[in-house]
Design a protein around this ligand. Sequence first.
Ligand SMILES: [Zn+2]
Length: 309
Amino acid sequence: MTTLLISHPACLAHDMGEGHPERPDRLRAIDRAFESETFQTLARDSAPRAEISAIARVHPLDYIEAIRAATPKQGLTAIDQDTSMSPGTFEAALRSAGGATFAVDEVMTRKVRSAFVATRPPGHHAELATPMGFCFFNNAAVAARHGRAIYGAERVAIVDFDVHHGNGTQHIFWDDPKVMYASTHEMPHYPGTGSVSERGEHDQIVNAPLRAGDAGDTFREAMEVAILPRVDDFAPDLIIISAGFDAHRRDPLGNLNLVEADFAWATRKLMEIAERRCAGRIVSVLEGGYHLDSLARSVAAHVTALMEG
Ligand SMILES: [Zn+2]
């Protein structure tokens, strides 16, 4: 059993303009990292377009249509202060969500043990009917609902180590007892949510905020104390990682001080739980990460750990 890398060139055609940190070069940097010999045994496939019905398990149809309709013929359409659409955005968003559902297909049917989805736009800030923070469709949420609907996954755990809180994922699953959302993130920081007291209707939301300046030791302690035991107790049938790498010490959008080894460590810890609870099944989707070199190295460390499973 192996690890699958899923991507698509259409994800390069989503462009929010000169100087925007969530830029196509992020995927180019990741692609270059995967050219290394380390990744020779990595299986690779293209992200299909998501079925609209798959996205509609999370987002209302009229919201999906509004995003499609907002697509500009040329130039940019502003969605919020830091999120906009280019002519290629809708297609990229379909491939991003489609990569996530395809990853679930391959993992749930045991074709591969784990999968990493290297696509953009990211997803964890997208709420039920609100695009924000560089996100349009919540890819991790679409993947979780896909696993539940198509493969009968009873419980799905989403673990998010992006430096920003996944307000969208929390919003979507706030009252869903079958999906756990667990997050480490810098706080106070964008988007403002993610305090320990936000626990969901069924105590299945787990927030472990970190402070600006915190490094790997604090991150690991938060994972060990607050998050990993809860994920283990939840006994998920599938673990989804919202894999953002902007908690890296060199990232310009966050103030945490993680390094590549911390991401690899968290990956291995989640793999141990996946091994115990769900035959090792992990789907990891790319969220943030804006220092190109650190992003590429962190993704490489994360996927190398997945491949060792
Ligand atoms: Zn982020």
